[in-house]
Design a protein around this ligand. Sequence first.
Ligand code: FEO
Ligand code: CA
Ligand code: CA
Ligand code: CA
Length: 679
Amino acid sequence: MTISADRETRPRLPIVDHARGKRSPVTCRLKCADACLGPECNQSANPTFRSVVQTAFSRRALLGGAAAGAIAIATTTFERPTAAVAATGPTGLPFEPIAPVDASVDSFVVPRGYQWAPLIRWGDPVLPGAPVFDIAAQSPAAQALQFGYNNDYIDILVDEGGLTGVLVANHEYVNPGIMFPPSSDPAELRRRSEIFKAAQGMSVVEVERDAPGAPWRTVPGGRRNRRLTVDTPFALTGPAAGSSLVRTAADPEGRTVLGTLGNCAGGTTPWGTVLSGEENFNGYFSAPASTPERARYGFAQRPTSTGWETWDPRFDGTAPGYENEANRFGYIVELDPSDPTSTPVKHTAMGRFKHEGANVTIAEDGRVVAYMGDDERGDYLYKFVSKHRVNRGRGPGARKQNLRLLSEGDLFVARFTGDSPAAEIDGSGRLPQDGAFDGSGEWIALTRNGRSAVPGMTVEQVLVHTRLAADLVGATKMDRVEDVEPHPTTGRVYVACTNNTRRGIDAPVDEANPRLANRDGHVIELVESQGQAGESFAWSILLLCGDPAGAALTYFAGFPPAMVSPISCPDNVAFDAEGNLWISTDGAPSSIRRNDGLFKVPLEGPERGRVQQFLSVPRDAETCGPIIRVDDAMVLVAVQHPGEDGTFEAPNSLFPDYGATGPGTAAAPRPSVVQVWRA
Ligand code: FEO
Ligand code: CA
Ligand code: CA
Ligand code: CA
């Protein structure tokens, strides 16, 4: 088999505005295999909404219950925080919101009084022996020792003492057209295809600093440093491990998968591991949609952007013995960054879909609850509740137990019910008469006590073909659920629905997805009604994103729209120690072409809903993986796909080197982790 000669020339893309918000057709093709072209994968007829008027959960009850502290939860340590949520109040991270930055500008912009610097860039050394990055001399061996491409989720797990730690980063996908000059040489294209395997996956890099609040620096060759690539062994855990659905010629036991794909958002667990979502994994396979299962996950027989299917049978959905290879991706991955010899795992108990990420909290009874989104138009919101309780000990025995928590438990999918008459949800974004898009919801069990809860499906089928199971139980079709994260002190859960311009075409509006052609997305605030591990919830829409000065109606938790920063396409969410929500974006409001950014949103007090832009990323880039550290007066973001729409010869961005010369620099855009701190 050979790679077609034109694979590496600039992709010839349809000149259509299928990209939503600011996202370009290049990003859509490379990241999501053009998922937003054509109708939804979800052709199920399950009801998207019950137009039942319910009064049990008024907006007042929802917010009052939470404010009264009715929900006890844990933070990302095992200790429950003692302080109530602070109102915005005095902050260690004060800033004047920046103005939106035009999409033609190739700058990283921070508020007055702050400065920024890259912490690590694509190609920087990670493992011992890594060569200094030279964009003209890339090789598979070099890339496997260097920081990967297109960083998305990041976190720094700080060691005791506060001066050292490990940075963990996801590398979601690659962009052949700006990593390399055009080529039609089959041998060169094959070599690049191998580089792409090494450029994806994850990185673990030790970091150190001189004092709390001082900028971090990486420790190349550090003891815990690690690269995980598309060839790294992962162990499957949970009920579907070893099943006939995940066995292949190379792995007849169905328990060891090579590699992780499409690693998008993630979460850090209270026991010190990192979770990573395998998202748009279908795009790496050339596999005919020959079964309902494959069709439901968006598979197609077509050349991929990485070309692996031309030389590795794992990615050729027609190769004998590898029909199930694609069933081994689409999971939540767990990595223990403290042990560089540990085998990372894929948790089948948490289901298989286009996992954006997973965020864990500890329920009142000690069980672990993970919230997860399936980022595709018309797909669903999920929750996992562990069978066992967290072990709050600090020893190796406790750690060993906690590392198994996500391997056994119950998987649920969300059904939202609005409390306003359906006629009042007119698709414009106008609030219904009760003053809120809100209502109640149920967590519908897909598995219970290790068994299937879906009639007609085995537990293995439910966990491998989770989308089909969720279709059968009548889950609510959502506007692309991205990051879903429980608040560390209130336990309220924030659900970013990034956009869905086909809302109204593939599925009607409902109170939880109330805007037709929802280009700008929204954020839902969810309150568990029976404790964090319970099976019912109340919800309301916190933000209807957009430009308040634009044509589309917006809503900012009742805050005056004229006083907020325009925001669109919410993607990653995070919290600061003062209880504020932070949102990073993947798209600009429809009325303006602006670069993506990071935004702060107070959740309490008179400023609740006041969206304020903190930073703006360079041209064509997406803001990912925000880390907000008020105590350090520091923010870190992953800048993904800068200069995505350019070419190697005519780059759209020179971030972050910006013309610097010398060893390790490049006159090309480089996805990088950036730290921002008070000057
Ligand atoms: Fe990779 Fe759902 O964003
Ligand atoms: Ca309502
Ligand atoms: Ca994302
Ligand atoms: Ca997050």
